[in-house]
Design a binder for this molecule. Structure first.
Ligand code: DGY
Length: 315
């Protein structure tokens, strides 16, 4: 009998490819241009994808035999979910495998933003260090961190912030019932914007969250407050963020994600010393990316073997 054919769209560690090859015929197209994937997709029953390999309508049309899409990411906003649903294609993600790495990166961005380290680094580079101190940042201890989204990653960020002496408030669609354990306190979105010294977004990109950080949201924040986006770029209206920084409505920003992504090198946000931008590296450590890819692989293998999937997504 023919072995099932799996296609790997994103660069994964060799150990992951080896694991898949124990169960399937595997084609790795991660180094090929997108327009050269068609031949591999023609008879593929499953793909291992990630947040930078769109599984859109055109992609699905090239894969008539597809039965499972396994994401090496938690987010799946780049997947045509109605298209999957219409064809009964199964979706899995890699939740649970990247919490600590993303929380570390998110909290690193909080420190960079609150301490104004982008300004300080630019100051040192430009020679102004010789003449005067760089502009001061703000204390973390005693400041209020506002987390929009308070799941596994949000609570892991809260633990790091609490170790620095920060107060934590959060906003979720439904208030949690474990504030005594997490040490967080629920706020409405507007209350949180007005109260937090650093506002961090960790929400998935959905029709409800797209553009939730707009001119009106930034206008409610403190002029000294900072904004951190570790979720998806389109949760924030990039023009509104730029206007908020230019007009002094907020004090700075740190971004792991942008809209568009990648952000072109000549984008005005890159020219600002009060903005720190990193290229969507929340989960980008050797260990975490391998764990994420291996979880995606285990989902594909379980599917082939007819076993329960480790991390299915209900769509
Ligand atoms: C995720 O898992 O969604 C991260 O953003 C990496 O893409």
């Amino acid at each position: 009998m023919d072995r099932p054919h799996l296609v790997v769209l994103t660069r994964v560690a060799p150990v992951v490819l080896d694991r898949l090859r124990e169960h399937a015929r595997v084609t790795d197209v991660s180094e090929l241009p997108r327009d050269a994937w068609g031949a591999a997709l023609a008879d593929a029953i499953g793909v291992l994808s990630s947040s930078n390999a769109p599984v859109d309508a055109a992609f699905l049309a090239e894969g008539p035999a597809l039965r499972i899409v396994a994401m090496q990411s938690v987010g799946y906003d780049n997947v045509d979910v109605p298209g999957l649903r219409a064809r009964g294609i199964v979706l899995t993600n890699s939740r649970g495998s990247l919490v600590e790495a993303v929380a570390d990166l998110t909290y690193a961005l909080v420190i960079l933003a609150v301490r104004r380290l982008g300004l300080a680094m630019a100051w040192a580079r430009s020679g102004r260090w010789m003449q005067a101190d760089a502009p001061y940042g703000h204390d973390l201890a005693g400041a209020t961190l506002g987390l929009i989204g308070f799941g596994a990653i949000g609570t892991a960020v809260a633990r790091r912030a609490q170790a620095s002496g920060m107060r934590v408030v959060y906003h979720t669609r439904t208030p949690r019932d474990d504030d005594a354990t997490t040490g967080g306190a629920y706020r409405t979105f507007e209350q949180l914007l007005r109260e937090a010294d650093c506002v961090v977004t960790l929400v998935p990109l959905t029709p409800q969250t797209r553009g939730m950080f707009d001119d009106a949201a930034f206008a409610q924040m403190k002029p000294t407050a900072t904004f951190v986006n570790a979720a998806r770029g389109a949760v924030c209206d990039t023009g509104a963020l730029l206007r908020a920084l230019e007009s002094g409505k907020i004090g700075g920003a740190a971004l792991d994600v942008t809209d568009p992504e990648p952000l072109p090198p000549d984008h005005p946000l890159f020219a600002r010393d009060d903005v720190v931008i990193v290229p969507h590296v929340g989960s980008a450590t050797d260990e975490t990316r391998t764990r994420m890819a291996m979880l995606a692989a285990e989902n594909l293998i379980a599917f082939i073997d007819g076993k329960p999937l480790p991390t299915p997504v209900a769509i």
